[in-house]
Write a protein that binds this ligand. Structure first.
Ligand code: CA
Length: 233
């Protein structure tokens, strides 16, 4: 697995000076370069002029809605965007993800969790749009390119829909994929609201691939938001 480039630069969009200082210290200690923006307007300018490798966007900003910042950066840039939201901003979080953000952390967050999200985001940017091709579960192995699967060495049948679901999750390996995005990509835009499809198919996938389907190790539920495929680190 490729390590993140040590000199990768991160744009931190956050109006609270204490949190900015804390994030700068944490990211600098990991070898990242940091650009700080305290407002949404400033952030859209800094994103264009500094061309960071990844952006962290707080949703509660004084001037622009963080969702709007995500939309403006995403309009021209493919960089990974991680949103930071307080619990009370659940709806805004999903809006931001659907507007093109790649992942989120909820305030108050553990720095270790944010750093892991940043690494996943940077790996995603390096890997490009095809994503991970081979998924290793404890007892099962799925080759998305060849569309073959095995469990305990025995061939395993996955349906077309199951392969497509895994394919979408694998393209965003390590990051969250919203219900809407999964439903749109797999079943089409007219099914964007049919979250019960996902419950049924994810349950099936877990029982085929996870060692313990009730406590999945790789196919995780992000309650109220979507699903996340955990990468082999
Ligand atoms: Ca804030």
């Amino acid at each position: 697995m490729a390590a993140p480039a040590p000199a990768a630069s991160i744009l931190v969009v956050e109006d609270e000076a204490d949190i900015r200082r804390f994030l700068r210290a944490a990211f600098t200690a990991e070898g990242y370069r940091v650009v700080e923006s305290s407002t949404g307007h400033r952030a859209t300018i800094d994103a264009a002029s500094h061309k960071p490798d990844l952006a962290i966007v707080d949703l509660g900003l004084p001037d622009l809605d963080g969702v709007e910042v995500v939309r403006r950066i995403r309009a021209w840039s493919p960089i990974p965007i991680i949103v930071v939201s307080a619990r009370i901003q659940e709806r805004a979080k999903i809006e931001a993800l659907d507007a093109g953000a790649d992942d989120y952390v909820t305030k108050p967050f553990a720095i270790g969790e944010l750093l892991a999200r940043v690494r996943a985001g940077l790996r995603h940017a390096v890997r490009g749009p095809s994503g991970t091709q081979v998924l290793r579960f404890r007892k099962a192995l799925v080759d998305l390119g060849a569309r073959t699967a095995r469990r305990d060495g025995v061939e395993l049948h996955l349906t077309r829909i199951e392969y497509r679901l895994l394919g979408v999750l694998a393209r965003h390996a390590g990051m969250v994929v919203t219900h809407r995005q999964l439903l749109t990509d797999v079943w089409g835009p007219t099914h964007a609201g049919d979250t019960h499809y996902l419950r049924v198919y994810m349950k099936q996938l877990r029982s085929k691939l996870e060692e313990d389907p009730v406590r999945p190790a790789k196919l995780l539920t992000e309650t109220g938001v979507g699903y996340r495929l955990i990468e082999d680190d």
